[in-house]
Design a protein around this ligand. Structure first.
Ligand code: NAD
Ligand code: WQD
Length: 360
């Protein structure tokens, strides 16, 4: 199948591109590299020894996006492209609405014009807001507590109305819980810009010596050890969930929603302890005040994806930490940064990666 992956150079996108290639799909990527490096795709190409036609295009550039889609003629789209930092979204709400919602509208219009109406969308458990009705089911009422979460909620509702207006659309809404970990090669992984917002990459940077200590946001929650509990899911399991959803849409029209989580939770101290044990490094931490907006616990009811897609998460916290640590240890500063000049030298259109791989 010809699959277009938007945001394919990013953390989850790059891992999904790799699995698509390994499954024999023909993959193209559209990415503006606002939060990623071409290096991630270069490494995906070298692991898979396959080409990836990559277009350095912003979803907000309707003309360039339409040209890319016309050139690719995708059978389906997996849509990762988006800004995802909760705190940043509070400071820059319009930027998030424009990038995430308008970018998605541009994508859907370009797809429709090209006759491609199959899409897998990166949604988030954040659409469950501060629900305490655990485990979180696909039918749990949605709400938003920040602009980022509201962009995801708006896009989900937009997709529902699109599917209701035109039965030719085949749509999968995938609600991710907490993606962590990395490919077992240690060549690709999560490369947050600046200070990581999320727990796991922050702990990894403390373990590798880049940061001094973890700030534990509260230990007075009504949980076993008082710290926040989350449903961490290995990024490779998450990627596999996208291929399963794509296969499902090949034979089922309409709109479908699935939680992608393990169905169980781990606490902040569980994560820190696992990192110390697996990395054999000390991970100092300080207990500080709760982070506003955090819930005590969040974990998925994961049965629907198992029943509908035959998919379930296979990897546990140990594997997540082991793979995350290997990536962090081998790449303490993440991917090599690409300078402005080099980035601008990349072909605006058909920046095809993989020549190197095919010549190897
Ligand atoms: P990421 O930032 O690593 O990847 C996103 C990619 O999209 C980046 O390569 C970025 O350059 C690209 N991008 C952003 N805006 C773009 C635009 N306007 N045009 C073209 N490319 C653009 O993030 P990720 O962690 O891989 O997340 C992928 C998706 O999954 C996002 O939509 C995110 O909201 C969603 N999600 C992530 C998490 C998580 O914890 N990582 C959890 C739930 C949902
Ligand atoms: C996990 C736990 C914190 C950092 C976020 C977004 C969500 C989604 C996934 C995009 C919590 C604690 C964290 C730290 C800490 N992203 N923590 N010290 O908040 O569950 O979800 O990422 O869709 O939208 O909200 O993940 O990794 O930030 O926090 O104690 O330095 O770790 O309180 O209990 P979260 P997280």
């Amino acid at each position: 199948m010809r699959v277009l992956v938007t945001g394919g150079a990013g953390y989850i996108g790059s891992h999904t591109v790799l699995q698509l290639l390994e499954a024999g799909h023909q993959v193209s990527v559209v990415d503006n590299f606002i939060n990623s490096s071409p290096e991630s795709l270069r490494r995906v190409v070298s692991i898979a020894s396959k080409k990836v036609a990559t277009f350095r295009v912003d979803l907000l550039d309707r003309k360039a996006l339409a040209e890319a889609i016309t050139s690719i003629q995708p059978d389906a789209v997996i849509h990762f492209a988006g800004l995802k930092a909760v705190g940043e979204s509070v400071a820059q709400p319009l930027r998030y609405y424009k990038n995430n919602v308008t970018g998605t509208i541009n994508l859907l219009e370009a797809m429709d014009e090209a006759g491609c109406r199959t899409i897998v969308f990166s949604s988030s458990a954040t659409v469950y807001g501060e629900s305490v009705d655990l485990p979180l089911r696909e039918t749990t009422p949605r709400s938003a507590t920040n602009p980022y979460g509201r962009t995801k909620l708006h896009i989900e509702e937009m997709l529902e109305e699109l599917a209701a207006s035109d039965s030719r659309w085949r749509i999968a809404n995938l609600r991710y819980f907490n993606p962590v970990g990395a490919h077992e090669s240690g060549l690709i992984g999560e490369d947050p810009q600046g200070i990581p917002n999320n727990l796991m990459p922050f702990v990894a940077q403390v373990a590798v010596g880049k940061r001094d200590a973890v700030q534990v946001f509260g230990n007075d929650y009504p949980t076993a050890d008082g710290t926040g509990v989350r449903d961490y899911i290995h990024v490779l399991d998450l990627a596999a969930g996208h291929l399963a959803a794509l296969d499902y849409l090949a034979s089922s029209g309409g709109l479908h929603v699935w939680n992608l989580g393990t169905g169980s939770g781990s606490s902040v101290l569980d994560v820190i302890e696992a990192f110390q044990r697996i990395s054999a490094r000390l991970v100092p931490y300080d207990i500080v005040a709760r982070r506003p907006g955090d819930v005590a616990e969040s974990y998925a009811h994961a049965e629907k994806a198992r029943l509908d897609l035959g998919w379930k998460a296979e990897r546990g916290l140990e594997q997540m930490v082991e793979d995350m640590w290997r990536w962090q240890f081998k790449n303490p500063d993440g991917f090599p940064k690409v300078g402005h000049e080099e980035m601008n030298s990349l072909e605006l259109r058909d920046f095809v990666l993989g020549e190197v791989a095919s010549n190897k």
